[in-house]
Structure formats: structure tokens, C-alpha cells
Design a protein around this ligand. Structure first.
Ligand SMILES: Nc1ncnc2c1ncn2[C@@H]1O[C@H](COP(=O)(O)OP(=O)(O)O)[C@@H](O)[C@H]1O
Ligand SMILES: [Mg+2]
Length: 247
């Protein structure tokens, strides 16, 4: 006889499996127009990221990496396909709902990111906390967390400095701290080590490695740097909008 209801064990297993999946991109495409001709910046890309994963994407400039990352972070809507974040579909959500979800669950570091020059380092880090209302929010808790992040990233001496007084490597660490202030489940970062020297690249990669291994933060990172790519658990290559697993 066909059993329609799963038994308790199967049900628990199914629930665990569903819970494991944090970000699911299903057949994502993004069509743009260039010189009057349509083309796919992202062409039918699928990617499933589980909690605790560390996924790298690499590929030539113009291959569609940033477009894919912006779609994954709910900043851009795809022409086709769906994005599921922590069991919820992003497709069809209002901008307000999207920004709430994003700010609760994702720490997004866009390409060429920077900080607001008229705010101090600490104010920059706390900004996402102030901007997005959360009924459970506790200012002292967030301030304490900002201080911990400043110390952990070895930029505590710069707490009251302004972004234009910082080196490139220091500024990158500030932006990572800012992405972590709302305690996201996943960090999505677009070329977080671009234009840095080797020492600073290694420094940032150590931060990501610790976040993943010690804090269980899930990572999705786009990079060109070989040092950066060596840290992840899975590597994908993007080529002309097509995403393929490398290893
Ligand atoms: N808003 C847009 N309108 C038209 N074309 C775009 C737009 N954004 C990106 N593109 C094009 O899509 C392609 C992929 O861009 P992008 O995702 O930024 O690549 P990557 O991050 O891999 O360098 C590029 O050819 C780029 O010029
Ligand atoms: Mg890019």
C-alpha cells in the first residue's frame, strides 16, 4: 500500500535536510541588453549552499559573477529562476520584506565596497543595526558586539577614526565587521581582497576561515586571488554566465 504520510524518523530526517539548506539558487538567468542585442549575464545557474558551507566562485571579468551574487543577496531580481533563503522564496517579496530578510540573514559585501566617510569606524559598523528595525534589538548588545569585532579584527585602535584615515586592508576589515553586525547566517562577498597586497589578502582570508570554522558562518565569496580560493570547501567557475563546479 502506498504510504502517503512519512513516519516520524523519515519526517525528522526530511526536516533536517530542509534546515541544512541555507541558500538555494534554482535555474537563475539574468538577461540584459548590450548594444541593442540581448544576452544572458547569468545563464541557468543553480547552486545550493548549506549551513556551514564555504563556497568560492571565480571567473574572468564580465563572466556574470557580480550579477549572480547580487541576485543571491536579493539586491537584483532574476529574469528567470528562484532564490530560496533559509527556506523562504525571495521571488515575489516586496522591497521592504526583502530588505528585512536580507538584513536579518545576509551580510552582503558588494564589489568595490566602501564606508561612509563622515561616520567613524564604529558608527559605520553599527549602521546596519540602526537602519533595520528589529523588535529584539538591543543597543548595548550591538555596541558590545561591535567592540568584540573591532578587537578580533585588530582594528580596535581605529574605533574613532574616519574611513579616509584607514589603509585599504583596514577598511576591508571594517566592512567585514559591518556585514557581521546583525549576526547574519551567511556572508556574501564580492571580491573582498581585490587590490590588496599578499599580507592583507592572507589577513582577510584568515578572518573568513575563522568565521566559518569557529563561528559557523556560511560563506559565499567571489574572488580572483589564488590565496583566497584555497580556503573554500567548493570552488565554482563562471564563464559567459554559466556556472560550473571545479572541484
Ligand atoms: N545593468 C546592466 N545592464 C546591462 N549589462 C550589464 C548590467 N550589469 C552587468 N552587465 C553586463 O553583464 C556582464 C556580467 O557582468 P558582471 O556580473 O558584473 O561580471 P563580473 O562580476 O564577472 O565581472 C558584463 O558583460 C556586464 O557588462
Ligand atoms: Mg564583478
Amino acid at each position: 500500500m502506498l504510504r502517503l504520510k512519512p513516519d516520524a524518523v523519515t519526517f525528522t530526517r526530511l526536516r533536517e535536510q530542509i534546515k541544512m539548506s541555507l541558500l538555494k539558487l534554482d535555474n537563475i538567468s539574468k538577461e540584459y541588453e548590450r548594444g541593442g542585442k540581448k544576452f544572458f549575464a547569468v545563464n541557468n545557474a543553480s547552486l545550493e549552499i548549506n549551513q556551514g558551507d564555504y563556497v568560492n566562485i571565480t571567473g574572468r571579468s564580465g563572466s556574470g559573477k557580480s550579477t549572480l551574487l547580487n541576485i543571491a543577496a536579493g539586491m537584483l531580481s532574476p529574469s528567470a529562476g528562484s532564490v530560496e533563503l533559509d527556506g523562504e522564496l525571495l521571488t515575489g517579496k516586496s522591497d521592504k520584506e526583502l530588505s528585512l530578510m536580507r538584513n536579518n540573514k545576509i551580510g552582503f559585501i558588494p564589489q568595490g565596497f566602501s564606508a561612509l566617510n563622515y561616520l567613524t569606524v564604529t558608527e559605520n559598523i553599527l549602521l546596519p543595526f540602526y537602519l533595520y528595525k528589529n523588535k529584539d534589538k538591543n543597543f548595548e548588545d550591538a555596541e558590545g558586539w561591535a567592540r568584540i569585532l573591532l578587537e578580533r579584527f585588530n582594528i580596535d585602535k581605529l574605533a574613532e577614526a574616519y574611513p579616509n584615515e584607514l589603509s585599504g586592508g583596514e577598511l576591508r576589515r571594517v566592512v567585514i565587521a559591518r556585514a557581521l553586525i546583525n549576526r547574519p547566517k551567511i556572508i556574501i562577498a564580492d571580491e573582498p581582497t581585490a587590490d590588496l597586497d599578499l599580507e592583507n589578502i592572507n589577513n582577510i582570508m584568515q578572518i573568513f576561515k575563522n568565521l566559518n570554522e569557529q563561528d559557523g558562518v556560511t560563506l559565499l565569496i567571489v574572488s580572483h586571488d589564488q590565496e583566497a580560493l584555497s580556503c573554500g570547501k567548493r570552488l565554482f567557475i563562471m564563464s559567459d554566465g554559466i556556472l560550473n563546479l571545479k572541484n
